[in-house]
Design a protein around this ligand. Sequence first.
Ligand code: G6P
Length: 468
Amino acid sequence: MSRLIVVSNRVPVPSKDGGAAAGGLAVALQAALLERGGIWMGWSGESSGDREPGALSLQQKGNITFALTDLTDTDVEEYYRGFANRVLWPICHYRLDLAEYGRKEMAGYFRVNRFFAHRLAPLIEPDDIIWVHDYHLIPLAAELRQMGLKNRIGFFLHIPWPPADILVTMPVHEEIMRGLSHYDLVGFQTDYDLQNFAGYLRREGIGDDLGNGLFDSHGRIFKAGAYPIGIETAAFAEFAEKAANNVMVQKTRRSIEGREMIIGVDRLDYSKGIIQRLEAFERFISNNPAYQNKVTFLQVTPKSRSEVPEYEHMQKMVAEQAGRVNGAVGTVDWVPIRYVNRSISRNVLAGLFRLATIGLVTPLRDGMNLVAKEYVAAQDPDRPGILVLSRFAGAARELKGALLVNPYDVEGTANAIARGLAMSLEERRDRWSRMMEHLLSHDVSLWCKDFLRDLVAVPSSDRSGAQG
Ligand code: G6P
């Protein structure tokens, strides 16, 4: 079996105490790496100031080598904060209004990808399979090919891929699309994203759809497909059951005694629809005064990318909105929204998911949204909660038992909350078991296996037929 090389901007290096904080993706990729042996390469999260970063820092854990590089201040500013977070992120989330194009940032993005390729190439052996993750590293394969590498290289995009009309507003859309054609397999979260990708190739006349997921573009043949990512369903369900005994979870349970709990958990990001969600909760209370003092809405929102201006602004807006709604519908003895602006351990979160009668997951646009899946997996099978889910999350394509909402429609989301709280236990169980069955049979290890199986099986695009 070939060795596996995973490359991503952030690398979840296991902590000394065993790293229980790791999410499902990290666990699944580490399992694949453990099975085959391999390397996980990426940014250390540290800056080397204005000096060229030193050699890769290598940490061996079993048969996995974690290979981390620092980046200069300019690299972090241009590649990460500038292009990845202020161009690709908003564009892929359909927010052309928020994209900030700067020539320096674009150049920085391609430069850092070349730098990654130069650091990675000496570690690669001819039979290694390379798997690149997410929008930070789209040009990586093109850079590696430029250096003569013929290995199998796959790419998985964790976020949405926009329609051609949106993508073409980005000045370097051609370079980005050319970058994708250097992979052997390009994976998206949903068939919508895949259709957007294929639609661009068709519309711009730069690729032929050969059928069976194969495309011919920029002189290469590659495959593109939808590979909806899963979670570690069975393990998370067990985790949530145990977490019910956690001290913080028990304290929370006592503090909401006699009320229903609604939960929202999101990184602080404009794509998550938190402002609209808080408004929908306010509307729900105004439309249903009988629920006054009968519900508690816990919104957990860890800070994220705070140095990026749009995120700093968002942080202020969400805090203001939570305060405003509490002021508007709260009473002397009841604070309707508990807003927590920091991260909570996965253990406590799992227990809180299980306590909540409603999981409110209402992004304006989201690649998949694993909170939706984890909320479902965390439920007590006897008294499962209800998932209220945005139709614009990738997860909505799979979780048919959820109450689907349009997060821009505040009244509609408010009505879904009311409907969820009034739902019979029988309907709750029926909806939940359908979703849980799907999540158990489509977990993250299957996702990982499916992607790697297809990556190996793609017909070779190397016309001299050198590599298999
Ligand atoms: C999303 C992206 C990831 C990213 C994460 C956190 O889930 O798909 O690639 O790592 O957000 O964002 P950050 O900018 O802190 O890495």
